[in-house]
Design a protein around this ligand. Structure first.
Ligand SMILES: [Zn+2]
Length: 322
């Protein structure tokens, strides 16, 4: 399917200021070949008055947003589209306060939840694995003191980094992973999860990497200072966390931030904001719905210049309101 996205703000406003415009866009993304019943696979349906698809074979009714992050939203889709347009336009990452202002949302909490849902959508389920030659390293982020490898450090989180080396073309895609520790178990699991079998993995001589050659991967050990691509990504990641989150990242939020960084980094050459927007909507249609219950246990985010105690607490029933 040809990639269909707005090129300018005017185009965006023209297409997505109505619910019909947004719904039609989602329908084309989800069923480019036309309706498919998620229950029985039939391709014939009629539209109900509430814009649901009624399968003529099994009588199941489906909404276009079922099973996506827009599932059961009470807010108009046009507002979600605005949120996605805003987020893809923020070069250094979006924050909940900015989103709340732009959407004119009454509740900071809603903005925060939307941002987290959309960050989750930034990583495509079942996405391709990295392949070819990869550099892999780990680093600590957050906190003030330097961490000791393999032993952990208070207030810091360990992040695994994998970077494709494309030779003369430079850096390819990256993957970031929140690691529990730098043990052989965790590192091997991380690398097996992101690398195509047969890939060549370059690491330093940390013993945690010793089992890679047993798992269908080629392993090359280099002096640490030769892992230049991985180190470059680490420094960009740290600068980004400092600039966007003032260096303060709660470990429970880290995966979302890593997803956002990965999304932006891997699309750094898509010059067009519209293209980023297209990818985000596309991926938002593919993920499981993220009910607020799955975001619970996640403390409210650090907010620059604001007093967190004034924020609405997360309410169990919030999911029904947003
Ligand atoms: Zn059906």
């Amino acid at each position: 399917m040809e990639e269909d996205y707005p090129r300018t703000l005017i185009e965006f406003e023209k297409r997505f200021s109505t619910e019909t415009g947004c719904t039609d866009y989602l329908i084309n993304l989800r069923w480019p070949e036309g309706f498919r019943c998620p229950n029985c696979g039939a391709d014939t349906s009629w539209r109900t008055a509430r814009a649901q698809f009624h399968c003529t074979q099994c009588e199941t009714q489906t909404t276009i947003t079922a099973g996506t992050i827009f599932h059961r939203t009470r807010k108009p889709l046009s507002l979600w589209f605005r949120a996605m347009w805003h987020i893809t336009g923020q070069k250094y990452g979006a924050n909940a306060l900015g989103l709340q202002r732009v959407l004119n949302l009454g509740s900071y909490n809603t903005a925060w939840q939307w941002l987290h849902k959309l960050r989750r959508a930034m990583v495509r389920p079942g996405r391709d694995r990295l392949s070819g030659v990869l550099e892999v390293d780990e680093t600590y982020v957050g906190g003030k003191k330097a961490g000791k490898r393999g032993r952990g450090a208070a207030g810091k989180a360990l992040v695994g980094i994998a970077v494709e080396d494309k030779g003369y073309e430079g850096i390819g895609r990256i993957r970031l992973w929140h690691l529990e520790d730098a043990s052989g178990d965790k590192l091997t699991q991380f690398i097996q999860g992101i690398a195509q079998p047969g890939s060549t993995i370059r690491t330093d001589d940390w013993p945690g990497y010793n089992r890679l050659s047993e798992s269908g991967l080629n392993h090359t050990v280099l002096p640490s200072h030769d892992l230049k691509l991985a180190h470059l990504v680490v420094s960009l990641l740290k600068r980004w966390i400092l600039g966007t989150y003032q260096g303060s990242v709660k470990p429970s939020h880290l995966v979302y931030y890593l997803d956002e960084f990965t999304f932006r980094f891997n699309r750094r050459t898509s010059a067009s904001r519209g293209k980023l927007f297209y990818r985000l909507v596309q991926q938002a249609m593919m993920v499981d719905p993220a009910p607020v219950s799955s975001l619970k246990g996640v403390a409210l985010p650090f907010l620059e210049g604001a007093d967190n105690t004034n924020l609405d607490p997360i309410d169990d029933n919030q999911d029904h309101k947003i």
